[in-house]
Design a protein around this ligand. Structure first.
Ligand SMILES: NC(=O)c1ccc[n+]([C@@H]2O[C@H](COP(=O)([O-])OP(=O)(O)OC[C@H]3O[C@@H](n4cnc5c(N)ncnc54)[C@H](O)[C@@H]3O)[C@@H](O)[C@H]2O)c1
Length: 374
């Protein structure tokens, strides 16, 4: 585990921070809590303080009137917290940390982001399993209980990853090209195993939950999953993911530093701008009809050397050193060179392609220059 502050055992530290809006008389009430106090409808984000959480909270708080409830292991920064109705701090592995949220709010939508990412998870696989899989079951179970009590299913938005794929060899990776949602599902990392397992758990709660005893009751969870490629954000230098080599080169260039790339120059993965991933996630949540539970999304699929060359066009002094990490390179070689995203285009209207050089020039480079004062 690279983060010494991460609790290895389930932590019982829980706290709630309510913001002024939370003290207002509740409107849009949908039921009573067990204590008889009214419950307010809310959107829950777990892992709210992470990279994706930042983007989603900004977009959801600008777009809608439904209060946002945030949950994370660590407190949110003040600016982000101010966009939320309430912030709960606790461990997703601990069902008792989640229960107070369900006691207070009726959740209409859940964005379940809390997770350990691929490289971090591979350094402590059992911990990753507890956080990524058991944490998801804890949340699905509580949402199912709420749905059974209210008769209304909970929309559960789940970000999965290209880590669910497992291509057996470089030759097969080249042959496969852009893979469909249901191909090559043999992940080689604990993170990928966890993500694939949670995709199936979501399908179970949405289609087959309590098959023997549920009778005619509707399924409790409207499970929708977006499979992200590597995400590139100009605002934060990533850590803990295996596709980080791309965004790390960009941030190093903008800081005037040498880039260190831990995969071979020819290594190729699909990527997407963080803002586009947020758009796709919201499109999935808002779609009237979905024809499948899991959607691939991506915008471009450059090799590591193509990323480096494109960055050098904007930062001519930028140099890359290839310091190959065999384990991380092996993981990247098991992930597809590209994903087929025609289903997301048809059902959700998510664009299938953007030109990497253009995205770099128009969005990423101006933003990182601003961030590092270059
Ligand atoms: N960033 C990417 O490139 C990428 C790619 C594919 C999928 N995803 C998925 O998107 C989701 C969000 O990713 P991100 O990039 O924001 O990750 P991140 O690491 O930036 O954020 C994860 C958040 O989860 C919180 N968390 C971790 N353990 C927790 C626990 N036990 N209890 C409560 N909270 C906990 C962390 O404190 C952090 O704020 C994750 O599910 C991730 O697997 C991300």
């Amino acid at each position: 585990m690279s983060d010494p502050s991460y609790p290895l055992a389930v932590t019982n530290t829980r706290s709630i921070r309510l913001f002024p809006a939370a003290a207002e008389p509740a409107s849009g009430l949908s039921g009573q809590s067990v204590q008889g106090t009214p419950r307010r409808q809310a959107i829950l984000l777990t892992g709210a303080g992470g990279e994706v959480g930042h983007g989603l909270i900004h977009r959801l708080s600008e777009a809608g009137s439904t209060p946002i409830v945030a949950f994370d292991l660590r407190p949110l920064d003040d600016a982000l917290a101010a966009r939320c109705h309430a912030v709960f701090t606790g461990d997703i592995r601990d069902p008792f940390a989640l229960a107070p949220i369900l006691a207070r709010y009726e959740l209409t939508e859940v964005y379940h982001l809390a997770a350990l990412l691929s490289s971090t998870g591979e350094r402590n696989p059992e911990l990753a399993h507890e956080v990524n899989t058991q944490g998801t079951v804890n949340l699905l179970r509580l949402c199912a209980q709420q749905a059974e009590a209210t008769g209304r299913p909970v929309k559960f938005i789940y970000p999965s990853s290209i880590a669910v794929y497992g291509l057996p060899s470089e030759a097969e990776k080249r042959r496969a090209g852009a893979v469909l949602e249901d191909q090559y599902l043999n992940p080689i990392t604990m993170y990928g195993v966890n993500k694939l397992c949670c995709e199936h758990l979501g399908r179970y709660y949405a289609e087959h939950y309590r098959l023997l005893t549920r009778g005619d009751a509707p399924a409790p969870i409207d499970f929708r999953c977006v499979r992200y490629p590597g995400l590139i954000s100009p605002h934060t230098a990533p850590s803990g993911g295996t596709s980080d080599y791309g965004p790390l080169m960009l941030h190093a260039a903008a800081k005037g530093q040498e880039g260190v790339c831990f995969v071979e120059p020819e290594a190729r993965l699909p990527f997407m701008l963080m803002a586009d991933a947020i758009d796709a996630t919201i499109a999935l949540a808002q779609a009237e009809n979905v024809s499948r539970r899991v959607y691939n999304v991506a915008s471009f699929a450059p090799s590591a050397s193509e990323i480096a060359a494109a960055i050098t066009m904007h930062f001519p002094a930028f140099k890359v050193r290839y310091d190959i990490h065999p384990g991380r390179a092996r993981i990247v070689s098991s992930w597809p060179a590209d994903v087929d995203r025609s289903a997301a285009a048809e059902d959700l209207g998510v664009p299938t392609h953007r030109e990497f050089g253009r995205v770099l020039a128009e969005s990423l480079v101006p933003a990182v220059r601003g961030m590092y004062g270059q």
